[in-house]
Design a protein around this ligand. Structure first.
Ligand SMILES: Nc1ncnc2c1ncn2[C@@H]1O[C@H](COP(=O)(O)OP(=O)(O)O)[C@@H](O)[C@H]1O
Ligand SMILES: [Mg+2]
Length: 263
């Protein structure tokens, strides 16, 4: 479970600036093509990191994989089934402020286990996930009583307790301070090695991709949306500075994203 096939997908939006009455070059296009000829294949259990400049369609692609939006043309298949609508059974979309403010950490995590009837098993599972994200002792805290990083970790526990076949994360570390970002990233890598489910993460941080990914996809603007699609076969934990292949790939990615000075 969790194999994703994106076949020649295109996405066009209506151009809100289109004006029927002028011939101005900027306003003559009725539609904007965000994605074109996007074909990708993610394996079951793979951690995929998607990089790319803002506005190139990363979130759009994720929304289509999650079933929130449909492709203008092409197909998206998960385990050979076309994605038609969102399914909370096997996809979880991780989002900021996803915790319910009137519920404690425990109750928020418990939400993902509504279907479990065995109380003992439920209690054990909730505790296991709270421990995994190192929030033991904070079970009875409400979200507003936690720091930003702790909230994010509670959100992570809430996401993975559901045990989804596919976890989708759109810029999960944005807004975190440097150290919390690193810790949270480590948390996601550990969690992935534990649950071995497919995770698709959009990030703007090249190091995130190098440290986390089994596959890196670099996107650009249409019509050339997939600039790079590369499998990374390096063991975890990874130290970019100490692994030759990773250091070189970092330089390559910086250049690809238009930054010359870092190389
Ligand atoms: N509902 C929409 N209607 C019109 N244009 C949209 C809509 N959603 C996104 N776009 C446009 O699609 C492009 C890609 O957006 P997005 O997928 O959010 O990019 P990214 O996540 O890579 O920053 C942007 O130019 C954005 O303005
Ligand atoms: Mg986005």
């Amino acid at each position: 479970m969790g194999r994703i096939l994106i076949q020649d997908v295109a996405k066009r939006y209506l151009n809100r600036r289109y004006n029927e009455r002028t011939n101005d070059a900027h306003t003559t296009k009725k539609t904007i093509t965000v994605l074109e000829h996007v074909s990708l294949e993610f394996q079951d259990g793979e951690m995929v990191c998607i990089l790319g400049p803002s506005g190139c369609g990363k979130s759009t692609l994720l929304r289509m994989v999650a079933g929130f939006e449909s492709a203008t043309s092409g197909k998206i298949l998960i385990d050979d089934q076309p994605v038609i609508e969102p399914s909370s059974d096997y996809i979880f979309v991780f989002q900021h402020n996803g915790l319910l403010p009137w519920m404690t950490v425990w109750e928020n995590v418990e939400l993902g286990l509504r279907h479990l009837n065995n109380e003992q098993e439920k209690t054990d599972t909730i505790q296991e996930y709270i421990d995994m994200v190192e929030l033991e002792g904070f079970e009875s805290y409400y979200p507003h009583q936690l720091s930003g990083g702790m909230q994010r970790r509670a959100e992570l526990a809430r996401a993975i307790v559901v045990n989804p076949e596919l976890l989708i994360m759109d810029e999960p570390f944005s807004g975190l301070d440097f150290l919390t970002h690193l810790k949270m990233r480590e948390e996601v890598v550990n969690m992935h090695q534990f649950i071995k489910k497919t995770i698709v993460v959009v990030t703007h941080d090249i190091d995130d991709a190098l440290v986390m990914a089994d596959r890196v996809v670099v996107m650009g603007n249409a019509p050339n949306n997939v600039v790079l699609d590369r499998k990374l076969d390096f063991p975890h934990p990874r130290n970019i500075e100490k692994v030759d292949g990773l250091r070189e790939l970092r330089d390559e990615l910086y250049l690809m994203l238009g930054v010359n000075y870092a190389v």
